[in-house]
Ligand binder design. Structure first.
Ligand code: 13P
Length: 249
Protein backbone atom coordinates (compact mmCIF):
# COMPACT_ATOMS: atom_id res chain seq x y z
CA UNK A 1 0.00 0.00 0.00
CA UNK A 2 1.28 3.42 -0.87
CA UNK A 3 2.28 5.51 2.09
CA UNK A 4 0.16 8.61 2.67
CA UNK A 5 2.24 11.77 2.77
CA UNK A 6 2.47 13.63 6.04
CA UNK A 7 3.22 17.32 5.90
CA UNK A 8 3.81 18.95 9.26
CA UNK A 9 4.58 22.45 10.38
CA UNK A 10 6.88 22.94 13.35
CA UNK A 11 6.07 26.37 14.69
CA UNK A 12 8.99 26.31 17.16
CA UNK A 13 8.77 29.22 19.65
CA UNK A 14 6.55 31.38 17.49
CA UNK A 15 2.94 32.59 17.73
CA UNK A 16 1.10 33.72 20.83
CA UNK A 17 -2.24 31.98 21.41
CA UNK A 18 -4.15 34.76 19.67
CA UNK A 19 -1.71 34.78 16.75
CA UNK A 20 -2.06 30.99 16.59
CA UNK A 21 -5.83 31.26 16.12
CA UNK A 22 -5.33 33.83 13.39
CA UNK A 23 -2.76 31.67 11.59
CA UNK A 24 -4.91 28.53 11.76
CA UNK A 25 -7.86 30.50 10.39
CA UNK A 26 -5.73 31.87 7.55
CA UNK A 27 -4.24 28.50 6.65
CA UNK A 28 -7.36 26.36 7.10
CA UNK A 29 -8.71 26.81 3.56
CA UNK A 30 -5.22 26.72 2.05
CA UNK A 31 -4.15 23.36 3.47
CA UNK A 32 -7.34 21.46 2.69
CA UNK A 33 -6.43 18.17 0.98
CA UNK A 34 -7.18 14.49 1.20
CA UNK A 35 -3.84 13.48 -0.25
CA UNK A 36 -1.79 14.09 2.86
CA UNK A 37 -2.02 14.18 6.63
CA UNK A 38 -1.58 17.79 7.70
CA UNK A 39 -0.24 18.48 11.18
CA UNK A 40 0.57 21.75 12.92
CA UNK A 41 2.98 21.16 15.80
CA UNK A 42 2.60 24.20 17.99
CA UNK A 43 3.85 25.57 21.34
CA UNK A 44 2.09 23.91 24.29
CA UNK A 45 0.11 27.01 25.23
CA UNK A 46 -1.23 27.26 21.68
CA UNK A 47 -2.50 23.68 21.49
CA UNK A 48 -6.02 24.25 22.85
CA UNK A 49 -6.82 27.49 21.00
CA UNK A 50 -5.29 26.10 17.78
CA UNK A 51 -7.41 22.98 18.11
CA UNK A 52 -10.55 25.04 18.61
CA UNK A 53 -9.71 27.07 15.52
CA UNK A 54 -8.92 23.94 13.48
CA UNK A 55 -12.21 22.23 14.33
CA UNK A 56 -14.01 20.86 11.29
CA UNK A 57 -10.88 21.08 9.13
CA UNK A 58 -8.33 18.45 8.13
CA UNK A 59 -5.66 20.01 10.37
CA UNK A 60 -4.34 17.90 13.26
CA UNK A 61 -2.71 19.82 16.08
CA UNK A 62 0.46 18.27 17.50
CA UNK A 63 2.95 19.12 20.23
CA UNK A 64 6.62 20.06 19.89
CA UNK A 65 7.82 18.11 22.89
CA UNK A 66 6.63 15.95 25.78
CA UNK A 67 8.15 14.52 28.95
CA UNK A 68 8.60 10.79 29.56
CA UNK A 69 7.15 10.62 33.07
CA UNK A 70 3.42 10.30 33.77
CA UNK A 71 3.18 13.07 36.37
CA UNK A 72 4.90 14.57 39.37
CA UNK A 73 7.61 17.01 40.39
CA UNK A 74 8.94 17.96 36.95
CA UNK A 75 8.44 21.71 36.89
CA UNK A 76 7.75 23.10 33.47
CA UNK A 77 7.20 19.79 31.69
CA UNK A 78 4.13 18.51 29.82
CA UNK A 79 2.99 14.91 30.33
CA UNK A 80 1.64 12.50 27.70
CA UNK A 81 -1.84 12.44 29.28
CA UNK A 82 -2.01 16.23 29.27
CA UNK A 83 -1.63 15.98 25.50
CA UNK A 84 -4.01 13.09 24.92
CA UNK A 85 -6.63 14.64 27.21
CA UNK A 86 -7.06 17.48 24.72
CA UNK A 87 -6.84 15.19 21.69
CA UNK A 88 -3.21 15.54 20.60
CA UNK A 89 -2.15 12.67 18.33
CA UNK A 90 1.34 13.73 17.21
CA UNK A 91 4.44 14.93 19.02
CA UNK A 92 7.80 16.07 17.66
CA UNK A 93 10.59 14.34 19.59
CA UNK A 94 14.32 14.93 19.51
CA UNK A 95 14.36 18.01 17.34
CA UNK A 96 17.97 19.14 16.84
CA UNK A 97 17.20 22.40 18.65
CA UNK A 98 16.14 20.42 21.71
CA UNK A 99 19.23 18.25 21.44
CA UNK A 100 21.45 21.32 21.11
CA UNK A 101 19.92 23.78 23.61
CA UNK A 102 18.04 21.56 26.05
CA UNK A 103 20.35 18.60 26.56
CA UNK A 104 18.06 16.14 24.78
CA UNK A 105 19.91 12.92 23.96
CA UNK A 106 19.00 9.86 21.93
CA UNK A 107 18.46 8.09 25.27
CA UNK A 108 15.89 10.64 26.48
CA UNK A 109 14.32 10.65 23.03
CA UNK A 110 13.97 6.87 23.30
CA UNK A 111 12.21 7.18 26.67
CA UNK A 112 9.84 9.72 25.17
CA UNK A 113 9.23 7.50 22.12
CA UNK A 114 8.21 4.59 24.34
CA UNK A 115 5.89 6.83 26.36
CA UNK A 116 4.33 8.31 23.25
CA UNK A 117 3.47 4.85 21.90
CA UNK A 118 2.15 3.77 25.29
CA UNK A 119 -0.30 6.69 25.11
CA UNK A 120 -1.20 6.24 21.46
CA UNK A 121 0.58 9.40 20.34
CA UNK A 122 2.47 9.21 17.03
CA UNK A 123 6.04 10.45 17.44
CA UNK A 124 7.73 12.48 14.74
CA UNK A 125 11.29 11.58 15.66
CA UNK A 126 13.93 13.93 14.31
CA UNK A 127 17.44 13.01 13.32
CA UNK A 128 20.13 14.72 11.29
CA UNK A 129 23.80 15.49 11.04
CA UNK A 130 25.85 18.65 11.52
CA UNK A 131 27.83 20.19 8.67
CA UNK A 132 31.07 18.90 10.25
CA UNK A 133 29.73 15.35 10.32
CA UNK A 134 28.68 15.59 6.69
CA UNK A 135 32.09 16.91 5.68
CA UNK A 136 33.81 14.14 7.63
CA UNK A 137 31.70 11.51 5.87
CA UNK A 138 30.06 10.16 9.04
CA UNK A 139 26.50 11.26 8.24
CA UNK A 140 25.03 7.79 7.95
CA UNK A 141 26.90 6.33 10.94
CA UNK A 142 25.59 9.16 13.08
CA UNK A 143 22.00 8.95 11.86
CA UNK A 144 21.88 5.17 12.12
CA UNK A 145 22.96 5.54 15.74
CA UNK A 146 20.24 8.16 16.40
CA UNK A 147 17.62 5.89 14.84
CA UNK A 148 18.80 2.70 16.54
CA UNK A 149 18.88 4.28 20.01
CA UNK A 150 15.64 6.19 19.42
CA UNK A 151 13.83 2.94 18.54
CA UNK A 152 15.27 0.74 21.32
CA UNK A 153 12.51 -1.54 22.66
CA UNK A 154 9.96 -0.06 20.24
CA UNK A 155 7.98 -2.94 18.71
CA UNK A 156 7.68 -3.46 14.97
CA UNK A 157 3.94 -2.68 15.14
CA UNK A 158 4.68 0.61 16.90
CA UNK A 159 7.57 1.49 14.60
CA UNK A 160 5.35 0.95 11.57
CA UNK A 161 3.09 3.80 12.71
CA UNK A 162 5.89 6.23 13.48
CA UNK A 163 7.20 9.19 11.55
CA UNK A 164 10.90 9.95 11.23
CA UNK A 165 12.03 13.42 10.16
CA UNK A 166 15.43 13.67 8.53
CA UNK A 167 16.61 17.20 9.20
CA UNK A 168 20.22 17.98 8.36
CA UNK A 169 21.17 20.61 10.94
CA UNK A 170 23.02 22.70 8.37
CA UNK A 171 19.80 23.05 6.37
CA UNK A 172 17.58 24.24 9.23
CA UNK A 173 16.64 27.90 9.06
CA UNK A 174 19.57 28.59 6.76
CA UNK A 175 17.75 28.76 3.44
CA UNK A 176 20.07 25.94 2.39
CA UNK A 177 17.89 22.96 1.44
CA UNK A 178 19.71 19.68 1.05
CA UNK A 179 19.78 18.69 -2.60
CA UNK A 180 17.04 16.31 -3.61
CA UNK A 181 19.69 13.61 -4.06
CA UNK A 182 21.15 14.17 -0.59
CA UNK A 183 17.71 14.11 1.03
CA UNK A 184 16.58 10.99 -0.84
CA UNK A 185 19.87 9.20 -0.14
CA UNK A 186 19.60 9.66 3.62
CA UNK A 187 15.85 8.96 3.79
CA UNK A 188 16.45 5.72 1.88
CA UNK A 189 19.26 4.78 4.27
CA UNK A 190 16.98 5.47 7.24
CA UNK A 191 14.39 3.13 5.74
CA UNK A 192 17.09 0.47 5.28
CA UNK A 193 18.08 0.95 8.91
CA UNK A 194 14.47 0.32 9.97
CA UNK A 195 14.44 -2.80 7.77
CA UNK A 196 17.58 -4.02 9.56
CA UNK A 197 16.13 -3.40 13.02
CA UNK A 198 12.72 -4.86 12.13
CA UNK A 199 11.78 -6.16 8.70
CA UNK A 200 10.87 -5.02 5.20
CA UNK A 201 7.16 -4.59 5.98
CA UNK A 202 7.91 -2.22 8.86
CA UNK A 203 10.37 -0.28 6.73
CA UNK A 204 7.77 0.00 3.97
CA UNK A 205 5.20 1.36 6.42
CA UNK A 206 7.22 3.96 8.33
CA UNK A 207 6.86 7.49 7.03
CA UNK A 208 10.03 9.51 6.57
CA UNK A 209 9.94 13.28 6.18
CA UNK A 210 12.59 15.67 5.03
CA UNK A 211 13.01 18.95 6.92
CA UNK A 212 15.31 21.92 6.49
CA UNK A 213 14.38 25.08 4.59
CA UNK A 214 11.54 23.37 2.73
CA UNK A 215 9.54 25.92 0.76
CA UNK A 216 6.92 26.00 -1.97
CA UNK A 217 9.61 25.89 -4.66
CA UNK A 218 11.59 22.93 -3.29
CA UNK A 219 8.71 20.81 -1.92
CA UNK A 220 7.59 19.21 -5.23
CA UNK A 221 10.95 17.76 -6.19
CA UNK A 222 11.58 16.54 -2.64
CA UNK A 223 8.15 14.97 -2.11
CA UNK A 224 8.25 13.08 -5.37
CA UNK A 225 11.27 11.05 -4.19
CA UNK A 226 10.51 7.40 -3.45
CA UNK A 227 11.65 7.51 0.19
CA UNK A 228 10.46 11.01 1.13
CA UNK A 229 6.94 10.87 2.54
CA UNK A 230 6.45 14.56 3.23
CA UNK A 231 8.12 17.32 5.14
CA UNK A 232 8.65 18.91 8.53
CA UNK A 233 8.50 22.59 7.82
CA UNK A 234 9.70 25.43 10.07
CA UNK A 235 9.69 29.00 8.77
CA UNK A 236 7.46 28.40 5.76
CA UNK A 237 4.78 26.80 7.97
CA UNK A 238 4.03 30.23 9.44
CA UNK A 239 3.04 31.68 6.10
CA UNK A 240 0.37 31.16 3.43
CA UNK A 241 3.17 29.43 1.54
CA UNK A 242 2.44 26.40 3.68
CA UNK A 243 -0.72 25.90 1.65
CA UNK A 244 1.37 25.56 -1.49
CA UNK A 245 3.69 23.09 0.23
CA UNK A 246 0.75 20.94 1.34
CA UNK A 247 -0.78 21.10 -2.14
CA UNK A 248 2.58 20.53 -3.83
CA UNK A 249 1.28 18.34 -6.67
P1 13P B 1 13.10 25.52 8.57
O1 13P B 1 12.06 25.00 7.62
O2 13P B 1 12.80 26.88 9.09
O3 13P B 1 14.49 25.37 8.01
O4 13P B 1 13.05 24.56 9.87
C1 13P B 1 13.10 23.20 9.70
C2 13P B 1 12.81 22.55 10.99
O5 13P B 1 13.63 22.57 11.89
C3 13P B 1 11.51 21.90 11.16
O6 13P B 1 11.50 21.13 12.30
Amino acid sequence: MARKKIIAGNWKMNMTPSEAVELVNTLKPLVATEDADVVFCVPAIDIIPAMEAAKGSNIEIGAENMYFEEKGAYTGEISPSMLTDVGVKYVVLGHSERREYFAETSETVNKKMLKAFEHGITPIMCCGETLEQREQGVTMDFIRQQVKVGFLNVTAAQAATSVIAYEPIWAIGTGKTATTEQAQEVCKAIRECIAEIYDDATAAAVRIQYGGSVNAATAPELFVQPDIDGGLVGGAALKPDFGKIVNWK
